[in-house]
Write a protein that binds this ligand. Structure first.
Ligand code: HEC
Length: 192
């Protein structure tokens, strides 16, 4: 290989290198001062609960009650919870959060964050469709993304006595069975 060819190759490598490193990929381009624990506790967890609080059923002494929204504001609120969680999942994908502890560039981190994004966008669609069953099922999928990531990146870092989380699969519940259990609850046209 002559010298000119080597110089050309180096120049080409530099161009490729420069093109593939956009400002957004630089670790310090985004502000990530907030510790992950606080991002979870103050952003991701409340956002997910905003949605979850509108899903599922409560069985009490008086029978079964649906938690599905009953007003337009309620449906919009549930949708807000879903999209806030989806966009917050992107914060887990920022280079500084992917590269450093506890993620340490493990591809599973990205996988679980994308799983949370995808399931939250499905939850958004369930709220848009006013679909009671899909609200429950997509809420369950969101929960599974949280649990999967915690199983790998949170629990092993906790002292054994604090690993009291169970990983039982979520029960399958059918909206129509629940509806049959509550004949006195007003049927809502929008709730499928
Ligand atoms: C990509 C990985 C990942 C995903 C997805 C994820 N978490 Fe976390 N979560 C963590 C890690 C890691 C910690 C431990 C942070 C620490 O203590 O430094 C944590 C901690 C927490 C905590 C404890 C906060 C505290 O104050 O101790 C809560 C609550 C939490 N997550 C809720 C959720 C919920 C709800 C979801 C899903 C909607 C979720 N997380 C999704 C990785 C994840």
């Amino acid at each position: 290989m002559n010298t000119r060819r080597i110089v050309t190759l180096i120049a080409a490598a530099l161009v490729v290198g420069a093109a593939s490193c956009s400002p957004g990929e630089k670790e310090d381009f985004y502000q990530t001062d907030l510790p992950l624990k606080e991002l979870m506790g103050h952003v991701i967890d409340p956002a997910a609960w905003k949605f979850w609080n509108y899903t599922g059923w409560i069985d009490d002494m008086e029978g079964t009650h649906s938690r599905i929204p009953t007003t337009e504001e309620g449906w919009l609120d549930a949708e807000t919870g879903a999209v806030t969680t989806a966009e917050a999942a992107n914060l887990l994908l920022l280079p500084a959060r992917r590269n450093n502890a506890p993620a340490n560039k493990d591809p599973d981190w990205e996988k679980f964050a994308r799983q949370l994004y995808d399931s939250s966008m499905e939850a958004r669609q369930a709220a848009i469709d006013r679909n009671e069953q899909a609200m429950f099922d997509t809420g369950g999928k969101m929960y599974e993304a949280c649990v999967a990531c915690h199983a790998k990146f949170l629990l092993p870092n906790l002292p054994p006595e604090e690993r009291d989380v169970t990983f039982a699969p979520l029960p399958e519940v059918k909206a129509k069975d629940k509806r049959e259990a509550m004949p006195d609850e007003p049927k809502r046209d929008e709730a499928k």
